[in-house]
Design a protein around this ligand. Structure first.
Ligand code: NAP
Length: 244
């Protein structure tokens, strides 16, 4: 039975890494959390981990999957007040070798998926006259990174989307911000070689990569009342990694 007096947060890509840390943190902060994964097993794992939450299947690239999610939320009478657009992928390659699929997959997941999910959930926030949309960007959206033209284009676009939505939704008391992590320990960064990881640590003023909880802390702040006057911003969580 879902307690309707508790605010609901939906976190896309909550099955592992940063999304999982955000989901767990928001539960600790008192939210009922709907966490998404691309598979049934992932959704079940999320539900087991969250004390107050629901695991659901969502592929942000698929309109059908998105419609199923909206239907599930409607059936359960759940209207998220907080949306964390966290699901994201990389498909790295140099531009001369990059296929249309690698380009398209990343833009479809990291940008078009955010558009669809946000569009589907914003009506409920508008009705409630309260909402928080938090997009997970990346330092690479501003810094750029060789071999990641698709990924950095998607993350830079998220920042523009954030600023436009912040202007559009402010009158409804909905804030929209981007949290831009630097390098964070997760499946996404574990695939880097030791030499690449050493080089990254050397470039970070704090001398280490971040952990998912450090990103979750920032998201949790933006989701709460203390952040009520912050909108249209990108907050970097990157150990001081500067932009070249
Ligand atoms: P991760 O460990 O690879 O996890 C990715 C999450 O996204 C998983 O829950 C995955 O679900 C989900 N996902 C993947 N494709 C999806 C799709 N088509 N539809 C719905 N969900 C999908 O990634 P992470 O490192 O935690 O990154 C999370 C976010 O932070 C991403 O937006 C990423 O770009 C950003 N970020 C990460 C870093 C970093 O250093 N790790 C740095 C900057 C920004 P399944 O488990 O079902 O596959």
């Amino acid at each position: 039975m879902i307690d309707t007096s508790v605010k609901v947060a939906l976190v896309s890509g909550a099955s592992r890494g940063i999304g999982e840390a955000i989901a767990l943190r928001l539960v600790r902060e008192g939210f009922f959390v709907v966490g998404t994964a691309t598979s049934n097993e992932g959704a079940q794992r999320i539900e087991k981990k969250l004390e107050k939450g629901l695991g659901v299947v969502l592929d942000v690239r698929s309109r059908e999957s998105m419609e199923n999610l909206f239907l599930t939320l409607k059936e359960k009478n759940i209207s998220p007040a907080v949306l964390v657009n966290n699901a994201g992928i990389t498909r790295d390659n140099l531009i001369l070798r990059m296929s249309d699929e690698e380009w398209g997959d990343v833009l479809e997941t990291n940008l078009n998926g955010v558009f669809r999910l946000t569009k589907g959930l914003v009506r409920g926030m508008t009705r409630a006259r309260w909402g928080r949309i938090i997009n997970i960007g990346s330092v690479v959206g501003r810094m750029g990174n060789s071999g990641q033209s698709n990924y950095s284009a998607s993350k830079a676009a998220l920042e523009g989307l954030t600023r436009s939505l912040a202007a559009e939704l402010a009158s409804r008391n909905i804030t929209v911000n981007t949290v831009a992590p630097g390098f964070v320990i997760s499946d996404m960064t574990n695939s880097l070689s030791e030499a690449q990881q050493d080089e990254i640590n050397r470039r970070i003023p704090l001398g280490r990569v971040g952990n998912p909880d450090e990103v979750a802390g920032c998201v949790s702040f933006l989701a709460g009342e203390d952040a009520s006057y912050i909108t249209g911003q990108t907050i970097s969580v990157n150990g001081g990694l500067s932009f070249i």
